[in-house]
Design a protein around this ligand. Structure first.
Ligand code: APR
Ligand code: ZN
Ligand code: ZN
Length: 361
């Protein structure tokens, strides 16, 4: 059977998105058909629409989603219809060298659904990040579904599917923040603020928020930052050192993705501190550092891709923390909108007032 559903599609580069009827096939082997409950609007959807990821238009946008399993393919044993799930970008293979040594976040054989979703005229759709969840239903690989408790607000926990997980994971997985440590986060958008929430969850006692926008710094303080720095007004490296006994922070998380902020992170860390790059640079960006300064410090320089998360481990764990009141995911849901409002939500992103617009399908 083929399901006809409403969906948000980017038909061509830089054009406004449109609501289309799309055709979603029943799940084949290894696949799951999911009734979408909610899907957050992420910068990456905007990049797809602008042609910044690749040119495989038309794109079925949306990838930060939660839903209910509608049906599974013949050989799928880990899910049943009715399961509440959070979707992730790709299913891991379980067999490559990375998977075999317990580091599935580095799996190099990941996959998505094999069958294609299409427009009514048969044109194949490219689902954003292998998901495509601004739709009433979507088709994914069963391994992209992580089962979670269903007695929670889907709009809030669905955010774990992308940006919030990237930020929290940068702190708890990549940065390995420990109780009592000091953490500085440069850039307090959705990802940076999630990193602050992650640092708090991990027990950091000094959490320094750095941004060029006072509103972001204030928001960061309301979500766990103990100190705020406006880096337009103060040198952030000196300010972070001053707040950490002259040493620099144990962990500095860069959540902007620019050479100058990476350089600040590099110099604002403790002699044995860790720098985590979670902001995504563009291909033209370069940074020159005196090699002696690299040599003169211990610690580590790491990058964090999707928060080094293992969905099967991290999604249920973070949902539990949310339920217990240790992690305020509600604070990330700025507004609840419908599929018809996605284009407007893209425009709001630039105003800097919205952490997340979440579509309730
Ligand atoms: N110094 C400090 N903060 C800055 C600077 C700067 N030079 N330039 C921008 N910022 C702040 C912005 O004011 C904003 O609060 O960085 C924040 C970026 O936030 P968003 O645009 O909301 O981006 P976000 O979704 O948080 O993603 C951050 O991570 O996943 C990647 O591609 C994403 O590179 C991006 C980064
Ligand atoms: Zn995203
Ligand atoms: Zn693998």
């Amino acid at each position: 059977m083929v399901h006809k559903v409403r969906a948000v599609v980017a038909l061509e580069k830089n054009a406004p998105v449109s609501i289309e009827t799309i055709l979603v096939p029943d799940p084949g082997p290894g696949e799951a058909l999911v009734d979408i409950l909610t899907c957050g609007v992420c910068h990456t959807d905007l990049h797809y629409k602008q042609g910044g990821i690749n040119d495989d238009f038309p794109f079925l946008l949306g990838h930060e989603a939660t839903g209910v399993v509608n049906a599974v393919g013949p050989d799928v044993t880990n899910l049943v219809p009715g399961d509440r799930v959070i979707l992730n970008w790709r299913a891991v293979c379980g067999e490559c060298r990375a998977c075999q040594r317990g580091q599935a976040q580095y799996c190099f054989n990941t996959h998505n659904a094999t069958q294609k979703m299409t427009l009514e005229d048969g044109t194949e759709l490219s689902p954003a990040l292998g998901i495509g969840a601004f739709a009433e239903k979507t088709l994914v690989a069963a391994g992209q579904c992580t089962k979670v408790d269903d007695d929670v607000d889907p709009a809030a926990v669905g955010l774990l599917g992308c940006g919030v997980m990237a930020g929290i994971g940068a702190a708890i997985n990549t940065g390995e923040v420990k109780r009592g440590e000091s953490v500085a986060v440069i850039g307090c958008g959705g990802v940076g603020i999630a990193a602050i929430a992650g640092a708090k969850l991990a027990g950091a006692t000094t959490i320094i928020a750095v941004d060029i926008d006072d509103n972001k710094v204030e928001l960061a303080k309301s979500l766990g930052a103990t100190h705020g720095i406006n880096s337009k007004e103060q040198d952030p490296v000196e300010a972070i050192r001053a707040l950490t006994g002259g040493n620099g922070a144990d962990v500095v998380i860069e959540a902007v993705g620019r050479p100058e902020t990476y350089k600040q992170a590099f110099y604002a860390r403790d002699l044995a501190g860790r720098v985590v790059l979670v902001g995504v640079p563009t291909p033209d960006m370069k940074l020159e550092l005196p090699l002696l300064d690299v040599f003169g410090r211990g610690g580590s320089l790491k990058s964090s891709w999707y928060g080094d998360c293992l969905p099967s481990r991290d999604f249920p764990m973070l949902v539990s923390h949310y339920k217990q009141g240790n992690l305020d995911l509600d604070a990330f849901v700025t507004e609840r909108i419908t599929l018809d409002d996605v284009e407007a939500a893209f425009h709001k992103m630039h105003e800097g007032k919205v952490l997340r617009s979440v579509v309730e399908v």
